[in-house]
Design a protein around this ligand. Structure first.
Ligand code: ADE
Ligand code: ZN
Ligand code: ZN
Length: 235
């Protein structure tokens, strides 16, 4: 996701934390909120020292394959990194600074794995190579999903969350009982809808109309699941 998407996920999670988890997280992040730290992992991309982390924002699962069949690449991916971060945050004795960094990465990556195109098919860089025209400007499918549709709604991230944050108790418990491989498999399952583009590759209102509900569900699930994991770690 882009900046707004990650902030939405962070703010939804904040609203679903247990009291104890909220307190513990405040101690680690000091003055910053989950929404405010949610984009840290993208900000550091401009620093060469963090280049090895760029493959950690996505995974590749070709059409018709499972993650286990596809395998983990040597450089790591989002699934391996999430498993590692969650295990470390549960057990490892971190320095304060390292723990804050790991937590910021967790917030970011639980967001990203719910962006369906962050689980790519291995053929088009998660839709980055699918060039198209979005509202009469050149763009690509990945960018439309990261930020185009969200920023087109013209809400601040706090307004967006007020609009979205209405999950039922049943949804919350079902969503929080799924695991990381389920989140990734869900992302894969939406490919037919996401790639359903007109031959002209010119999209605007109609594509938004057909995909906004799915996109909003992914943001909401990401926030609710992030809260579930944080309540397990810090609750
Ligand atoms: N680069 C290659 N595959 C990608 C993906 N699925 N998401 C983001 N960047 C990528
Ligand atoms: Zn992206
Ligand atoms: Zn990212």
């Amino acid at each position: 996701w882009g900046k707004t998407g990650h902030r939405i996920v962070g703010l939804i999670a904040e609203k679903h934390l247990s009291k104890k988890a909220r307190k513990n997280i405040e101690k680690i992040l000091k003055t910053e909120t989950l929404a405010e730290v949610s984009n840290h992992m993208d900000f550091i991309k401009s620093n060469d020292a963090y280049d090895h982390m760029s493959p950690w924002h996505y995974a590749t699962i070709p059409d018709g394959m499972t993650y286990d069949e596809a395998g983990t690449p040597e450089e790591g991916d989002i699934i391996q990194t999430l498993n590692r971060l969650i295990a470390e945050l549960k057990t490892k004795q971190f320095t304060d600074e390292d723990e804050a960094f790991a937590l910021k990465c967790l917030v970011h990556l639980i967001g990203d794995i719910h962006q369906p195109l962050h689980v790519g098919n291995g053929e088009d860089k998660g839709g980055n190579d699918v060039k198209l025209e979005y509202f009469w400007s050149s763009s690509n499918l990945h960018r439309v999903w990261d930020s185009g549709i969200i920023d087109g709604q013209d809400y601040s991230y706090t307004e967006y969350v007020e609009w979205l944050d209405h999950a039922s108790a049943e949804e919350i418990s079902a969503w929080q009982s799924a695991g990381i491989l389920d989140w990734a498999a869900e992302s894969v399952s939406y490919r037919p809808q996401i790639y359903d583009l007109p031959e002209s590759k010119k999209i605007s209102y109609q594509y938004d109309y057909e995909n906004l509900e799915l996109l909003n569900k992914r943001l909401l699930q990401a926030g609710i699941r992030l809260a579930g994991i944080l309540n397990e770690i810090y609750g």
